[in-house]
Structure formats: C-alpha cells, structure tokens
Design a protein around this ligand. Structure first.
Ligand SMILES: Cc1cc2nc3c(=O)[nH]c(=O)nc-3n(C[C@H](O)[C@H](O)[C@H](O)COP(=O)(O)OP(=O)(O)OC[C@H]3O[C@@H](n4cnc5c(N)ncnc54)[C@H](O)[C@@H]3O)c2cc1C
Length: 393
C-alpha cells in the first residue's frame, strides 16, 4: 500500500468538509490564481464567495456568525490551500483577527465584527510591524492619543498581510509611551475598503492610507502592504476589549494559534510538493528510464517522506492539544520553527528532482519554494522562536 499521510485528528465529517474545501478551491481559487499573482491580490469577490459558502471563520461560534467548528476545520482549509501553493487569501490572518475579537473583544465588538468577517464582507488584517520595529514589538512608535471622545492615530505599519483589501485592521499602538507593555493597545480601524467596486477602496477613510502592494519574492497573489495613519480619528470605543493598556497581553495570549497555523501549512505544503514530485519523477525519462528509477531519486523521496511523517506526528499532537485547550506557546513555537525549517530543506531537495522545470514559476514546486522562505520570518522569526523555547527550558 502506498504511503499515506493521514491525520490522527481527522474523522469522516472532517474529511467530508475537506472534500467541500477542495471543490471550492479548485472551482473558485485555482482558476483565478495566475491573474491574482499578476495583480497582487485576489479581490473582494473571492472573499465574499468563501464567506457565503462557509469557509471563513470556521472555528468561530455560530452565535457570532461562524461555522461553530474548531481549529481542525481551519487546519483543513489551510492545508488544502497550502498543498496547491495558493497563498492569495490569507485566511489564516483573517482567522487570527477573528480570534482577537472572540477572545478579547467586548460583546458589542464581537457582535459587530465577527459576522461580517465570517461572511467575507470585511477582510481582516493585523498590523504590528513597523518600518523600525518587527521582532521588538515594545518599540512600536505608532501612537494613539486620546482627544475627547476619539483616539487619534499617527504612524505607519509595513508588511501587513491582507493590508490592501482589509476592511478592518487591528492596529498595535502606543496609548501611553511612558509605560512599557502596559502602554500598548490594539485599536480597531474601519478602513472603508469592502468591495472592489466600492469607491471607498480608492477613497478609503480620511487619515488612513494604504501604500504600495509590496513586491515580494513569493506569495505573489497575497496583498502585503504598507499602511499609513495621519491624524486618523477613531471613536473611543474602538479599543479592543474596551480598556487601553491591554494590547501586549492580548498579543501574547494568541500566539500559539498563529504559530501552529504556520506549522500546519508547512506540513501540508511539503505533502503537496512530495505528491507532485512523486508523480513527476515517475513520468520524466532520462537515459532511457524514469528519473524515479535512480537510487538518488528514491533516496531523496524516502528522506522527504520520513521528514513529513515525523513532522505529522508532532504537528498532529499540537493540533489535538490546541483543540483540547492545552497547547502552550513554547510547543507551538517548536511547531513553527521545526515545520518551517524542514519545509525549506525538503522543498529544496524536491525542487532539484524537477531539473530546469523546478526553476520555472509555472511549476508549483518552484512557487512553493519561494513562498516557503517567509515561513521562517513572519509570525515571529525563527530566532525569536528559539528565544521563546529557550526561556521555557
Ligand atoms: C510576507 C510577510 C507578511 C507579513 N505579515 C505581517 C502581518 O500581517 N502583520 C504584521 O504585523 N507583520 C507582518 N509581517 C512582519 C513580520 O512579522 C516581521 O517581518 C518579523 O516579525 C521580523 O521583523 P523585522 O522584519 O522587523 O525584522 P527584525 O526584527 O529587524 O529582525 C532582523 C533579524 O534580526 C533577528 N533578531 C531580532 N531580534 C533578535 C533577538 N532578540 N535575538 C536574535 N535575533 C534577533 C531576526 O530574527 C532577524 O533575523 C510580515 C512579513 C512578511 C515578510
């Protein structure tokens, strides 16, 4: 029997949901990917379609408009996108934003934003990183100052996933620069960008401006942008959770979710590349026989399969833990660190088996290779992951 990368946490219902995800992705996402890669974003219509069909906020309770599932549903959708090198919709960032609302928002904030995120009416983004501060979040300089019944935001953010299409951005700001962590808050910014046809996409909100869609080495279909705030007025009740000074603690408590999603996508990406490579080397001939017949090819595939199997055992354990509510930050950081490092090495070896075709962007494995590089950088760099793990030894 051929090797199968089964998931310990799956069941027939989840596999039926996986089939529905695959049908949606192959019908709606895949055909538009090439155009989205050229444009630098997937457009709002696709987000709305995903929302209408129940593929967004799958692990948000139904009372807030979500599908009422758990982390495994999010994992299934992300896996099927990652297996096909589809990175245009950052549903993981969208879900992370939804979880900030769910875990830390006031009741009114949850009831207002979560159903809109679930329907894809609003695309979510979270803006922590600035031109001068990424790993060191306490050094953020974007300032929100209380003036009467508003907060006035000044500053800028960069590298923000979903930044171009986002209708709501959670912006990490200093609300009291004299305090360290306690002086940080998350402000909710309504950008007015909700539809491709909406003139708001161009006009936006006074005081808020989206800069360039950044020219990345990979993940070409995903809009990663700069954001600028110039005397942007937001109402006083737009502090996440209602109380200023909670931002740093809110950020820290949601890290395991974000880091495990990166680990899950790393594994699925490797599996997709492995399956495609296995099929290719069985077809491709050199010196009168398939490439698959060479011992080097078989050993490289055996190594890749072994790495994937080992990773699957660990990531599956983390998925079970997060569903049970017991995943700690250090273990989630290990999943991100190990998953992304292994993904880089495995994709490099698999790409080699494609020869020159492996270097062509039309080949899925080539796109996966460049897309994968950022997995070691975002969500906290892998050096920061090692710091987090080391602190818990
Ligand atoms: C495609 C993409 C999408 C992104 N999406 C988002 C997003 O949606 N929202 C968001 O807020 N940010 C996002 N980011 C930003 C990302 O999280 C940061 O780039 C990352 O955290 C690193 O910050 P930095 O780029 O400022 O690097 P720096 O912090 O300047 O780090 C530079 C180097 O120094 C190392 N370093 C820093 N501190 C230490 C230390 N204490 N010990 C050892 N080494 C250290 C780092 O590991 C790195 O190798 C995205 C980035 C990319 C590329």
């Amino acid at each position: 029997m051929p090797l199968q990368f089964t998931r310990s946490w799956s069941d027939p219902d989840l596999e039926a949901f996986r089939d529905a995800c695959v049908r949606f992705i192959e019908a709606e996402v895949l055909p538009g990917d090439e155009a989205a890669r050229k444009r630098g974003h997937v457009g709002h219509a696709l987000w709305r379609k995903a929302g209408e069909l129940g593929f967004l906020c799958t692990d948000i309770p139904s009372e807030f408009g979500g599908a009422g599932g758990d982390f495994r549903h999010e994992a299934v959708f992300d896996e099927e996108m990652a297996r096909r090198a589809l990175t245009g919709m950052s549903t993981s960032v969208h879900s992370i934003v939804a979880h900030y609302f769910l875990n830390h928002g006031t009741d009114a904030q949850k009831r207002h934003y979560l159903p809109k995120l679930a329907r894809g009416e609003l695309v979510g983004a979270i803006a922590m990183t600035e031109p001068g501060a990424g790993s060191d979040l306490q050094a953020v300089r974007t300032r929100a100052e209380r003036r009467g019944d508003h907060w006035v935001i000044n500053g800028s953010k960069t590298f923000i996933s979903n930044g171009y299409l986002a209708g709501v951005v959670l912006v990490v700001c200093k609300t009291d620069p004299t305090q360290g962590a306690r002086g940080t808050s998350i402000l909710i910014v309504d950008t007015g960008r909700a539809s491709d046809e909406d003139p708001g996409l161009a006009a936006g909100t006074p005081g808020f401006r989206v800069g360039r869609i950044l020219d990345k080495m990979g993940m070409k279909a995903q809009d990663t942008s700069e954001l600028f705030f110039d005397e942007l007025h937001v109402p006083a009740d737009k502090v996440l959770g209602g109380e200023p000074g909670q931002g740093f603690f809110q950020l820290m408590s949601d890290l395991p979710y974000e880091r495990l999603i990166i680990g899950v996508a790393a594994l699925a990406g490797m599996e997709g590349a492995y399956d495609a490579t296995l099929a290719y080397v069985r077809e491709r001939q050199a010196f009168g026989q398939p490439i698959a017949a060479y011992q080097n090819t078989r050993f490289k595939l055996a190594e890749a399969a072994t790495q994937i199997m080992a990773g699957r055992a660990f990531v599956d354990r983390c998925v079970e833990a997060i569903v049970a509510g017991t995943l700690d930050t250090a273990t989630a950081s290990m999943a991100k660190l190990w998953g992304s490092e292994t993904q880089g090495r495995v994709l490099d070896e698999l790409l080699q088996l494609w020869g020159g075709y492996g270097y062509m962007n039309e080949t899925m494995v080539a796109r996966m290779y460049t897309d994968a590089r950022v997995q070691r950088i975002y969500g906290g760099t892998n050096e920061i992951m090692k710091e987090v793990i080391a602190r818990n030894l």
